[in-house]
Design a protein around this ligand. Structure first.
Ligand code: HEM
Length: 338
């Protein structure tokens, strides 16, 4: 060290810093925080990317407003499983490869893959082999929220696509509809996301639909923390026992297809559709309260506050990166590795 020149010391210091950065990578349950993402990542190589994705999303949402919700959810399911790396988009390729589409939270439920394909095809036509599927999905999710009447944010770009995926990781990392507040907080904390981020992000349930199978227990006597009239209405669609598993109900009955703060108002009336939703307000019922009650009340009364926190949390979630060493590429077709 003593004999090291000034430039040698600089190189040494840089190396040490790099080492620290690399060992921090992968800190959140095998997921890292992306470095080097930038809103101008494709400014020279694919300046049209944002307008191309936006126009595909605009057409899709005009044809079916739920599609905005479905694409937004895909981004969440991508980011929570080994970071935002397009892994959720990979098709199974039997007999060798089983991807995330068959995982509990996705099977018979995740939708919107064709819209991502359409956006990617248009992006490929504009700039070949340049923009990752993960970035297309990040932009599409942002556009979905805006097109449904919600807020917007600058999307940092430069993600790469994973060459593989893990169904077990999807099963292990995606929260389920009967999760308790404690478990939701732990699942998000494992990704470096705070309680506030978790509650704000759950506000995505201001749009979209859920299947009876995910809320049957809640509306058929299995939940103390539910509005009785609301439960009775839903029982007509989703009776006890079996049958009607695929019947759909809006996650936010107040304004099902508008990205606003109606979801939080519904929670304050015990009208959350999923058990996991209602856990954010007066968790468990029976006079118990939740650590998130005050925040839910705040969002219910202040749409601008929710919009700001949601945008911030989406950027944070979008920074989740694959664990160091994951083989990556820019996929040409989002459904299969090159
Ligand atoms: C907090 C933990 C969460 C749980 C337990 C959860 C669970 C669920 C479940 C069970 C459904 C219904 C699926 C079905 O019945 O087919 C659903 C739908 C949905 N989720 Fe979540 N979710 C969570 C967080 C999030 C986050 C963070 C986002 C996005 C930022 C999101 C976006 C959506 C959207 C938009 C839908 C409706 C999709 C559609 O209509 O196709 N969710 N979620």
């Amino acid at each position: 060290m003593a004999a090291m020149s000034a430039s040698g010391r600089r190189v040494f210091l840089l190396g040490a810093l790099l080492l620290v950065a690399v060992s921090c990578h992968g800190g959140f349950g095998g997921v890292g925080v992306a470095e080097g993402l930038s809103t101008r990542y494709y400014a020279k190589t694919c300046p049209a990317v944002e307008s191309v994705v936006r126009s595909v999303m605009a057409r899709a949402v005009a044809a079916d407003r739920r599609m905005g919700a479905s694409v937004l959810r895909l981004f969440f399911h991508d980011c929570f499983v080994n970071g935002c790396d397009g892994s959720v988009l990979l098709d199974d390729a039997p007999p060798g490869f089983t991807g995330e589409k068959g995982a509990g939270a996705n099977a018979g439920s995740a939708r919107g893959f064709e819209v991502v394909d359409a956006a990617k095809a248009r992006v490929e036509a504009a700039c070949r082999a340049t923009v990752s599927c993960a970035d297309v999905l990040a932009l599409a999710a942002r556009d979905a929220v805006a097109l449904l009447g919600g807020t917007t944010w600058p999307v940092r770009l430069g993600r790469k696509d994973a060459r593989t995926a893990s169904q077990a990781a999807a099963n292990g990392n995606l929260p389920g509809p009967v999760s308790s507040l404690t478990s939701l907080l732990a699942t998000f904390a494992a990704k470096g996301l705070s309680a506030r981020d978790m509650t704000a992000l759950s506000g995505a349930h201001t749009v979209g639909r859920a299947r009876c199978a995910t809320f049957r227990g809640r509306v058929n006597g299995g939940d103390a923390n539910v509005n009785a009239t609301f439960a009775a209405q839903l029982r007509r669609l989703c009776p006890a026992g079996t049958g009607g598993d695929g019947n759909l109900a809006p996650l936010d009955a107040e304004t099902p297809d508008v990205f606003d703060n109606g979801y939080f108002r519904e929670l304050t009336k015990q009208r959350g559709l999923l058990h996991s939703d209602q856990e954010l307000f007066a968790a468990g019922g029976g006079g118990r309260s939740s650590s998130q009650d005050a925040l839910v009340r705040k969002y219910a009364g202040n749409g601008a506050k929710f919009a700001r926190d949601f945008a911030k949390a989406m950027v944070k979630m979008g920074n989740l990166a694959p664990a160091a060493g994951t083989p990556v590429e820019v996929r040409l077709n989002c459904r299969k590795p090159n």
